[in-house]
Each structure stands twice: as structure tokens, then as C-alpha cells.
Design a protein around this ligand. Structure first.
Ligand code: GLU
Length: 409
């Protein structure tokens, strides 16, 4: 008899963002003319001073186990970062370093969710939140956030979703996949609701903190509502802002008992995150941050171009978000039309499949993020490719026949 896979694995699916990015890469390697806009990964190289720090760490022999939750030096840099950027004060036993932002979120849910506990997840959401909840035997409670409210959760929606079983609300701003940023007032209205319900905590994902393109200041819930600090885990990492996706370093700040539980779990699973990556992250957090400015300018220029070009496509409409490196256009005006091959576009998944097959553009369908009919484009790629990709999308949309199902056509 072959090895049987556990039942819990039937509840989850492979990460669609990672799968689509891998598929585009593979097609390209085989010689196909594909532009990958699926991956949420900056195209910039990791800053040189960060890479140098990693090389130095290797040469100096920093190649052994470190404390499970991160070196004291890196923890101190994380503490300093929270103070400098967010006005939050933590001690060493209130912070943890993990293998990417993903591990901290995963461990937090594993460490706290009992079977049947509910986790409120505003949609569109990052693809891994519901599946991580399932793996912790929790119940994802999905709230659909409308385009009219720029895909953001309202206090009323939250209030209506809270039950006796609610454990967490997951909040992510700037958002993956929409790029939208919550204002201080919006965060305040949400934290006011949470404040009233003592059994509810907030799992905050601030991974895109530094990627905001207007004068709007970044706000995180623990800063906006200090009274909730003991009921908030603030997670963040170096992946996006420092273009360090492959190094796998995320960090989090929260109440000591939760950090202790997460550390216990980490000690029985992966142990410490890579010692070399920790040395690199230490340099990233404490070094000269000025490299970020030109990166942000490049992202802003790309965003403006992509939004403008997408809005010229027949059947698409796209908001201009303030952060991250994603846009989340509606393809409602293409649903119901038929491709030149005679296939009807019934869903956003059909639409992105058509884009890939007809024009070699890889994007992620909205259903993967819990809100249709939309799709996500990552503009963390060079301007020329983006221009080419948007031109192809325009051509694909123009080639569709018939009428859309809705008046949005
Ligand atoms: N967070 C990125 C994305 O959404 C990287 C892939 C992943 O881990 O989902 O594309």
C-alpha cells in the first residue's frame, strides 16, 4: 500500500501565487514568450551592503544554530525598527524572528487556534490566510469587501461577523492583492470594534509597510489603538521592502506569552531561521535605508502606467491603489464574452487562462483571493515588460466577441 496523505491536507490547496509564478517561469525556460505578472516579488536585486553582510557572516563562521527565535542582535534591531517606524515599544521576549513572514503567521495561528475557532479574513485576502487557518483546524470567516469601499473592511461588517468563537481578525495594509492602504481613521474604526470584544485579537500583516506612494502615512493597529497592544501580533519582514524574498526572514512583535508559544512551536519544527539570513536582515534593518527611495519612485511610475493602460482595455476597470506593488482590476466587462477560439469566459480564472494562452501574460485570478471577477497583476517587474504585457492584455480584450453579461462592459 502506498503512503497515505493525511486528511488535513485535503483541506488546503497549493499556493496559487507561487504556482502561477512557477508555471510562468517554467514556460519561459521552455522558450515560450511569457511575461510573468503573477509573482509578488520585487525585481530589484538585494542591496549590495546586505549581501556583503551575509558573505561576512559566512566568513566569520556564523554558521551554527542561533537562539530559536532569532539572535539577540537581530531582535534588538527589530525592537529598534518597531520604535523608529511605528512608535511601538517591545522587549526581547516580545519579539520573534521566523523563516519569512509566512512562518510567523502560520505559527501564530497554530499556537492559538483551537478546533472550531473562527478567524475573520477580509476578502480579497492573501491566498495563504484561509489555508493556514484550516491547517490550525480553525474556521475562516470571509467578509467580502466591495470595490466601492476600495476593498476595505468596514467597522459595520466586522461587528456583524464577530461571534463567541471569533479568535482573530487578520488585517493587512497595504493589501496584497489590492494595494489599498487603510487610513488612520479606518484603522481606528476597526480597532474600536475589536476593543469592545475582549476575546478578539488582531493578527496584523504589515509586510508592505514601506511601499506607499503618496503622502499618506503608514499606520499599524497597535500604534493607532495602544489599548489593544496586548491583543495584537504585528508581523512584518524584510522580503518586500529589501527585496529579500529568498532569504526568508520575517519578524513579529506581540505579547510575551504568545511569542513564547510561537518560539516553542518553532523549536519543535524548523528551529532558528538561517543564521546567514539573520545576519543579512540585521544589516538591512540597521543600514542606510536610502536605496528605498528610487525603488519607490520606480514602483510609482510603473503603477501609474499599468493603471492607465489597463483602463484603456475593453471590459476592464482598475482603481489606482496607494501601496504594495499590485493592482486588482475588475474583468466583469469580459465575463460572458467569447474568445476567438469560441470559448466563453465564465469566470476570472477563465479570463487569466485566456490571457496566458492567447498572449503569454501570467496573472492571478481573483477567485484565489476570495473576490471575483477580478485578477491581480504584480507590477514588480521592469517597465518595458509591463508595457508589453498591458499591450497584450489590451489586444486580448479587444479580440473577445459578443456581449458581456453585465452592464459594466
Ligand atoms: N506573497 C507573494 C505573493 O502574494 C509571494 C508568494 C506567496 O508566498 O504567496 O505573490
Amino acid at each position: 500500500m502506498s503512503i497515505q496523505i493525511a486528511d488535513r491536507l485535503t483541506k488546503i490547496k497549493p499556493s496559487p501565487t507561487l504556482s502561477i509564478a512557477a508555471k510562468a517561469k517554467e514556460m519561459k525556460a521552455q522558450g515560450a514568450d511569457v511575461i510573468g505578472l503573477g509573482a509578488g516579488e520585487p525585481d530589484f536585486d538585494t542591496p549590495l551592503f546586505v549581501k556583503e553582510a551575509a558573505k561576512k557572516a559566512i566568513d566569520e563562521g556564523q554558521t551554527k544554530y542561533t537562539p530559536v527565535g532569532g539572535t539577540n542582535e537581530l531582535k534588538d534591531a527589530v525592537i529598534e525598527k518597531f520604535k523608529r517606524d511605528n512608535g511601538l515599544t517591545y522587549t526581547r521576549d516580545e519579539v520573534i524572528v521566523g523563516t519569512g513572514g509566512k512562518q510567523n503567521l502560520y505559527n501564530a495561528l497554530q499556537a492559538t487556534v483551537n478546533p472550531g475557532d473562527e478567524v475573520i479574513i477580509p476578502a480579497p485576502y492573501w491566498v495563504s490566510y484561509p489555508d493556514m487557518t484550516f491547517l490550525a483546524e480553525g474556521v475562516p470567516v470571509i467578509i467580502q469587501c466591495s470595490e466601492e469601499n476600495r476593498f476595505k473592511l468596514t467597522a459595520e461588517q466586522l461587528e456583524a461577523a464577530i461571534t463567541d468563537k471569533t479568535k482573530w481578525l487578520i488585517l493587512n495594509s497595504p493589501s496584497n492583492p489590492t494595494g489599498e492602504v487603510y487610513t488612520k481613521e479606518e484603522i481606528k474604526s476597526i480597532t474600536d470594534v475589536v476593543l469592545k470584544h475582549e476575546h478578539v485579537s488582531i493578527l496584523v500583516d504589515d509586510m508592505y509597510e514601506h511601499l506607499i506612494y503618496n503622502d499618506e502615512k503608514f499606520w499599524t493597529p497597535a500604534q493607532v489603538q495602544p489599548k489593544l497592544k496586548d491583543r495584537i501580533l504585528t508581523t512584518n519582514g524584510v522580503s518586500k521592502a529589501y527585496s529579500m524574498t529568498g532569504w526568508r526572514i520575517g519578524f513579529a512583535g506581540g505579547p510575551a506569552h504568545l511569542i513564547k508559544a510561537m518560539t516553542k512551536l518553532q523549536g519543535q519544527s524548523t528551529s532558528n531561521p538561517s543564521s546567514i539570513s539573520q545576519a543579512a536582515a540585521l544589516k538591512a534593518l540597521t543600514g542606510d535605508q536610502s536605496f528605498m527611495k528610487p525603488w519607490k519612485e520606480a514602483f510609482k511610475t510603473r503603477r501609474d502606467m499599468v493603471v492607465e493602460m489597463l483602463n484603456e482595455c475593453e471590459g476592464l476597470s482598475c482603481l489606482k491603489p496607494e501601496g504594495a506593488f499590485y493592482v486588482y482590476p475588475s474583468c466583469e466587462g469580459c465575463i460572458g464574452k467569447t474568445t476567438p477560439e469560441g470559448k466563453t469566459i465564465e469566470t476570472d480564472e477563465d479570463f487569466v487562462t485566456y490571457l496566458l494562452e492567447a498572449e503569454g501574460v501570467a496573472a492571478v485570478h481573483g477567485a484565489a483571493f476570495g473576490l471575483s471577477p477580478y485578477f491581480r497583476i504584480s507590477y514588480a517587474t521592469d517597465e518595458e515588460s509591463l508595457k508589453d504585457a498591458c499591450g497584450r492584455i489590451k489586444r486580448a480584450c479587444a479580440a473577445l466577441n459578443g456581449e458581456a453579461k453585465t452592464k459594466a462592459a
